[in-house]
Design a protein around this ligand. Structure first.
Ligand code: KPL
Length: 309
């Protein structure tokens, strides 16, 4: 199976390294320091148990060198989805599938517009990983991955699910991923912007009553918008669930905080921005998500300016 992975950040590298011995994997990305470090020394992965492995990976920034893909995995940031979807469409075999495993809302729609709805698959993953520096990855923790069934694509999807499980990445096929996508969105809306605004690890949100209240409110608002869409979350109590995830990932720096520290744009438009937009359309008030959205947009601008100086 030829697998093309779009994105050479933490999640792209995690999936790429795990799949590399089992399939013909090529990773595509535009981060020169990462590509040259991986080419020179391989990717050094620190596993959740603290042990380390080095992986030799095929990485490229030249689409023309990539073989036709049976599977394209999108693991870029949500603001890069349209471009990655166009690139995937260029190399995807006619019968292939393109799978989004990204954070936030709107990724599947952009992918389907470009590769066609009959080849676009919604996925979601709870794997945790962070880049320690070019060529160095920390696999922070295991979590399940889900892929939504797509009519006519059952055999390819099953093959991919088997391969991911063989690679040690627990994966399941589900009839619909909507509940899981919104379930993760509520967690991300609660944890990511606050940790990025206050430059704290996830667990810090539990120990400050104000931060905890804002985290809870953002997750609850997201659940209310989901309910207005007829989507039931995969857990009963968003307040309890967001606190459990903050506890389980207490020492982690959220992906949004990592983006801000690097001076990169964040996924806030696809997280709190999307909740606020859906809320406005459905008449569900989302003042907390709107406030977090605006604050992060402001923070993105100052973080980028600081890094430039
Ligand atoms: O998914 C995450 C992220 O950082 O994007 C959480 C669950 C908040 C873990 O850090």
């Amino acid at each position: 199976m030829n697998i093309a992975i779009f994105g050479v950040g933490a999640m792209g590298m995690l999936f790429g390294s795990r799949l590399s011995g089992l399939a013909n994997v090529t990773l595509f990305g535009n981060w020169p320091e990462q590509l040259s470090a991986v080419r020179r020394r391989g990717l050094v992965v620190t596993h959740p148990d603290g042990s380390k492995s080095v992986y030799c990976l095929n990485v490229t920034d030249d689409l023309n060198t990539m073989p036709p893909a049976d599977v394209a995995l999108l693991l870029v940031k949500s603001y890069q989805t349209s471009r990655a979807a166009r690139q995937a469409a260029n190399i995807l075999r006619p019968g292939g599938i393109a799978v989004t495993l990204q954070n936030g809302l709107g990724n599947l729609e952009k992918l389907a517009e470009t590769v066609g709805p009959e080849r676009a698959v919604q996925g979601i993953t709870a794997q945790g990983a962070a880049i320690l520096g070019p060529g160095r990855l920390r696999h922070a923790g295991h979590g399940p991955t889900y892929l939504a069934r797509l009519p006519g694509k059952e055999p390819q999807l099953q093959r991919l699910v088997d391969l991911l499980n063989q690679a040690g990445l627990e994966t399941h096929l589900v009839d619909s991923a909507d509940s899981l996508v919104w379930g993760k969105l509520a967690i991300n809306a609660g944890i990511n912007p606050l940790t990025a605004l206050f430059d704290v690890p996830n667990g810090a949100l539990l120990h400050n009553p104000t931060l905890r209240a804002v985290m809870t409110a953002a997750a609850r608002e997201t659940a209310e918008v989901a309910a207005a869409l007829g989507i039931t979350l995969p857990y009963d109590d968003p307040a309890r669930r967001v606190a459990e995830v903050a506890e389980a990932t207490a020492a982690n720096y959220s992906s949004m905080l990592q983006d801000i520290r690097r001076g990169s744009p964040t996924e806030i438009d696809a997280i709190c921005g999307a909740v606020a937009r859906y809320g406005a359309r459905l008449g569900v008030p989302t003042p907390v998500n709107r406030w977090l959205w605006q604050r992060i947009k402001r923070k993105e601008r100052t973080a980028t300016e600081k890094i430039r100086v």
